[in-house]
Design a protein around this ligand. Structure first.
Ligand code: NAD
Length: 389
């Protein structure tokens, strides 16, 4: 067995630890370039507080931009341009604060600003463009997650979309893992219930898909079990009471664990189809994962019954079930979580139509789908999506 395990150099986790931002960021440089993933973080004073914390530690800052949608090629190119025009100098570092969208934009810009063989990120994305490689290390990067979902704070990719032509692809390199992660679960208390629900199910999907992926490895699998235990109890608590400390802590920890896991193993069918649902049907990433998850588990039970049972025995040790019963229990548990937090069962409830299925199938063949534990043919995927309509 040969494998590598990548992770941020430092993870600082804890309720209220945003207060320590200035002292932590000192290790990264002397000027923080801030990219935010939510206008709420400006209106509720978090960005102002961030700047104050930096000043207290003699770190200057520049607010670069806020992104309020999942990042597109043009967002990365324009923001990189702004950074070039400002003049990047020694001691600069990027601060990505927000959900996956803000952190991914910051990660992509940290890489693009130091890699100038092309002036568009398109040329560096997997599977599209010119296939250029990142040869220079990105700017140092501090990631501050404010949703508990994608785990992007701990991964080596940034997901970038385009509508014409339609695609959602990754910019990926080992050096893109943020250097420092400051994960303060309290920052997610302002996330509304529907976004808490769908981002939380993204983390659960990542934990399950990493555990059963054909590229699964022992370290990521160990992280997945702990993450699932926390998330399966934490998600309803966080959705139903957004200020619940234990709910927010459990989900922030689970999302972080899911990022560490997915950065070092594969994913699967749910994450294969989710970008297609994002591009063709404008469905937010976490919601797409959540709707696809029960069908994904069902599609893989024939080759992963043992792994499903291992998860069940870990998260619900009080149950005394056979392997087959425990595997089915897991699928039912996930469906009941989805139902409780109001994730729709059917794609048609999200506006997906029969005529979109061929495009969805064609756009589902990315890096994530290649991690699914068994081959899913186009015909089978078509049937799965039709059954979900
Ligand atoms: P998001 O970043 O788009 O945020 C969702 C919503 O939450 C936005 O409206 C945002 O304004 C709001 N929000 C964020 N923080 C808030 C706060 N503290 N209070 C109130 N509102 C807040 O959603 P996401 O699910 O976190 O990220 C999705 C993106 O991440 C997608 O593009 C997806 O493809 C990508 N992704 C990346 C990775 C990776 O490893 N790089 C993994 C999975 C998904």
């Amino acid at each position: 067995m040969n494998y590598d395990f990548f992770s941020p150099s430092q993870i600082s986790f804890g309720w209220g630890r945003f207060e320590e931002l200035g002292s932590l960021a000192g290790s990264l440089g002397t000027r923080g370039l801030i990219i935010s993933g939510s206008r709420s973080l400006e209106s509720n004073g978090v960005i102002e507080k961030l700047k104050r914390q930096l000043i207290r530690s003699n770190i200057t800052s520049e607010f670069i931009t806020t992104i309020s949608h999942e990042p597109e090629v043009a967002d990365v190119d324009q923001t990189t341009n702004i950074l070039h025009h400002m003049g990047i100098r020694a001691g600069d570092f990027l601060i990505g604060i927000g959900g996956g969208s803000g952190i991914d934009l910051a990660k992509a810009c940290a890489a693009m600003v130091t890699n100038q063989e092309s002036d568009t990120v398109l040329d560096y994305l997997e599977g599209v463009g010119r296939g250029l490689k990142l040869t220079q290390p990105p700017l140092p990067m501090l990631a501050i997650p404010t949703t508990a979902g994608t785990g992007s704070e701990a991964t080596k990719n940034a997901v970038i979309s385009s509508h014409a032509p339609p695609f959602k692809k990754s910019l990926r390199a080992d050096q893109m893992i943020p250097d420092l992660v400051l994960c303060d679960p309290q920052l997610a208390c302002s996330v509304p219930p529907d976004i808490t629900a769908r981002t939380g199910m993204d983390a659960i999907t990542q934990l399950l898909e990493s555990y059963i992926s054909c590229r699964a490895q022992p370290i990521p699998q160990a992280l997945c079990l702990q993450g699932l235990k926390l998330a399966v109890s934490g998600i309803t608590e966080a959705v139903e009471d957004g200020t619940s400390r234990s709910g927010r802590e459990n989900m922030a920890q689970a999302a972080l664990l899911s990022g560490l896991a997915l950065a070092n193993s594969g994913l699967g069918m749910a994450h294969g189809v989710a970008p297609a649902l994002g591009i063709h049907c404008q469905i937010p990433h976490g919601l797409a994962c959540a709707v696809m998850l029960p069908a994904t588990l069902q599609a893989n039970i024939s080759v992963r019954q043992k792994e499903y049972a291992e998860i069940t025995h870990f998260i619900a040790p009080e149950l005394s079930l056979s392997e087959a019963e425990a595997a089915h229990w897991l699928i039912e548990r996930i469906q009941s979580l989805n139902d409780r937090i109001k994730i729709p069962r059917h794609l048609s409830e999200l506006g997906v139509t029969q005529s979109q299925i061929p495009d969805l199938v064609a756009s589902s063949r990315g890096n994530s789908m290649s991690g699914n534990p068994r081959e899913i043919s186009d015909a089978e995927l078509t049937q799965i999506l039709e059954d979900l309509l």
